[in-house]
Design a protein around this ligand. Structure first.
Ligand code: ATR
Length: 267
């Protein structure tokens, strides 16, 4: 079989094996997707593990998305600017790093006809997820603003991407796209929206990277305000998985099958 895998630590919460194994089955490929937990000191062994077990592709998740980069032969430019790799492809020329989280964001926005070019975009958050979003939205030609609970971190990120850092209390309803890249609203986390409810207009698209719950307090408030469209993290999760699958196998997987596998696991 063609072996694919995910590494990170811990891997208890990942839904990726179910999603990818369902896609392999539906595509009638003899493929397997397995979990390979790795502590930080084991990260340098990843290339040897990939070669020894002839793994064709590997997802990389928290906390190794940055630390795998120096181990790879070639890094895709978007992954490079995000400073994070979540997908490794074992190509004949060597190990290549990609960031399909970014492709997941792009596909999510495309699914509601949101073109970031020349749009005023607000990213909420200043961690790794926010950085990946900023790298993509900047490259797509958006006018970027970044807000964050800790303003100094928003300033640091804004500096890197030529964005505006806006304090939470200074936010105004001037955005065509608002994207939450924080865990605020995630089940088990503080269950509240990370921004005030006064930012929404009927032209706003609101995206939350969170998939549990499917309707976060941010998305509930946006819906109630009658925004143009709401997207949750489920689309992003399925689209990043689909993009990784295609990179490894050259095949477009069945999204419906992947979504059903996700739902079965989440239930
Ligand atoms: P990731 O790599 O997943 O983005 P991270 O680097 O820990 O994770 O960043 C988490 C982001 O979510 C940060 O922007 C964090 O804000 P701070 O910089 O102020 O810590 C934000 N965040 C986490 N919990 C939050 C909460 N309850 N409300 C608002 N923002 C929160």
């Amino acid at each position: 079989p063609q072996i694919t895998a995910v590494t990170g630590y811990p891997l208890t919460h990942t839904f990726s094996p179910e999603i990818h194994n369902a896609a392999f089955k539906a595509a009638k490929i003899r493929g397997r997707y397995v979990k390979i937990p790795a502590a930080s000191q084991e990260v340098p062994l990843i290339p040897d593990v990939i070669k020894k077990y002839r793994i064709i592709g590997m997802n990389v998740t928290i906390p190794h998305k940055e630390s795998v980069i120096p181990l790879l032969k070639r890094i895709d430019p978007l992954a490079e600017s995000a400073g994070a790799v979540n997908t490794i492809r074992n190509s004949p020329a060597g190990l290549e790093g990609y960031n399909t989280d970014i492709l997941g964001i792009a596909a999510s926005l495309a699914s509601v006809d949101m073109d970031p070019k020349d749009a005023d975009v607000l990213i909420i958050g200043a961690g790794g997820a926010a950085k990946a979003a900023a790298a993509y939205l900047k490259s797509a030609g958006a006018r970027l603003s970044i807000t964050n609970r800790t303003h100094s971190r928003a300033e640091t990120l804004a500096e890197i991407f030529g964005a505006r850092a806006v304090k939470l209390e200074d936010l105004a309803p001037e955005y065509q796209l608002i994207l939450n890249a924080t865990p605020a609203g995630m089940s088990g986390f503080e269950h509240c929206s990370p921004v005030p409810n006064t930012l929404f207009t009927k032209d706003t698209v609101v995206m939350d990277m969170i998939y549990d719950p499917e309707v976060t307090p941010l998305l509930a408030a946006a819906k109630a305000a009658g925004v143009r469209a709401c997207i949750n993290g489920k689309t992003m999760l399925i689209e990043q998985a689909a993009a990784s699958f295609t990179l490894w196998t050259g095949i477009t997987p069945n999204r419906d099958v992947m979504r059903k596998a996700f739902e079965a696991r989440a239930a």
